[in-house]
Design a protein around this ligand. Structure first.
Ligand SMILES: CCC(=O)SCCNC(=O)CCNC(=O)[C@H](O)C(C)(C)COP(=O)(O)OP(=O)(O)OC[C@H]1O[C@@H](n2cnc3c(N)ncnc32)[C@H](O)[C@@H]1OP(=O)(O)O
Length: 321
């Protein structure tokens, strides 16, 4: 099941996963995106939800880097875009430091460059640009695809239980990925529009849609924070879209290489948004994914793009059988 299909042995499945109330503050705002200030323009983040790959989740590093960048711009400016490269794998056992460079402060735009550092070396370099809210003579957007509302769809947890019921002999490593979702470790809620596609029971064009929101409550008002939460969310189940048109393959290594986002309109990351994702190209051990985050009222909230590295394990040599 996309990014939950990971590659290590794991714990048995929990019988009763804990429930997280929608009234509780999202852990993304109470912990993950709370940075400790160490010095001017220097921050330290905490690690949360470690994927089975044991490399830090890219969305966490982007979200934290954007929080660090946003701390040095006025409240009248909003992030309109970010561009970043993941240059080394993040180590989940040590915190990440964020060093912010105030590249330029203009009248309408401010640009910041952030280095995420572990053991003195960059793991991510990010540039973010912030813009004054200005009236626009030009205004257009595509229309949101018509899909069932999230209330009519199964949650990822329900889907996982369903798959486990049908396939009790699933590999342990797959179960461990499921385990992490069932234990509510992932601070995001997901409702796939096409459950069969999401559980990889069919191969299709590399296009998928799912409703997504932060687990727990964030509340109105702090757009800067909602943008950082969306940056976290945008890397979830994104690159896996490249694999949808192939029958299940053994992935040796899958990692985001870069990530870009453009923020178009205000939104709440703790309310359902439709993530429409496609992969127009893969080749040379890399794959490209594009995404649109739609507010449920049809307003285009953000666009995303990412290239990732995908290395598969070599197929067995059948001539020796
Ligand atoms: C949801 C998705 C995510 O969030 S992923 C998390 C965010 N992204 C990341 O963590 C990516 C961070 N970036 C990186 O780790 C590096 O930039 C990467 C992409 C690995 C750079 O690759 P590369 O230059 O090959 O690194 P490296 O020489 O250190 O090798 C890493 C492992 O890959 C192997 N490798 C190398 N070249 C090849 C090749 N041509 N064919 C097959 N394997 C190759 C290396 O041997 C090395 O393997 P190992 O780690 O020693 O087992």
């Amino acid at each position: 099941m996309s990014e939950h299909e990971e590659h290590e042995d794991g714990d048995p499945l929990p019988e009763c996963p804990p429930m997280v109330s929608r009234d509780l503050k999202s852990i993304l705002v109470t912990s993950v995106l709370q940075l400790e200030e160490i010095d001017v323009g220097l921050y330290r983040g905490k690690n949360h939800w470690i994927p089975l790959s044991r490399r830090l989740f890219g969305g966490q590093i982007i979200g934290q880097a954007l929080v660090a960048a946003a701390k040095s711009v006025g409240d009248h400016l909003y992030a309109h875009s970010l561009h970043c490269y993941f240059v080394r794998a993040g180590d989940p056992d040590i915190p990440v430091l964020y060093n912010v460079d105030r590249v330029r402060d203009g009248r309408s735009f401010c640009v910041r460059s952030v280095k995420a550092i572990q053991r003195g070396e960059p793991i991510l370099v990010l540039q973010a640009s912030f813009h004054l809210d200005q009236p626009s003579p030009l205004m257009h957007q595509f229309s949101m695809p018509e899909v069932p509302p999230p209330e009519d769809l199964l949650s990822l947890e329900d889907l996982i239980r369903f798959v486990l019921g049908r396939k009790p002999d699933l590999e342990q490593k797959v179960k461990q990925g499921f385990n992490k979702v069932l234990a509510n470790e992932v601070p995001i809620e997901v409702r796939p529009v096409n459950p069969l596609q999401f559980s990889r029971e069919v191969t299709t064009e590399p296009k998928r849609m799912f409703w997504v929101r932060a687990r727990g409550h964030i509340g109105e008002g702090n757009m800067k924070l909602h943008v950082c939460v969306a940056a976290y969310i945008s890397d979830y189940s994104f690159l896996g879209t490249t694999m949808m048109s192939y029958p299940a393959k053994r992935v040796k290594m899958m990692a985001s290489l870069d990530h870009a986002m453009w923020f178009h309109n205000t939104f709440r990351a703790d309310e359902w948004m439709l993530y429409e994702v496609n992969s127009p190209w893969a080749g040379g051990s890399r794959g490209l994914v594009q995404g649109r985050l739609w507010r449920r009222d049809g307003v285009l909230a953000a666009s995303c793009c990412q290239e990732g590295l995908i290395r598969l394990t070599a197929p067995k040599d059948r001539s020796k059988l």
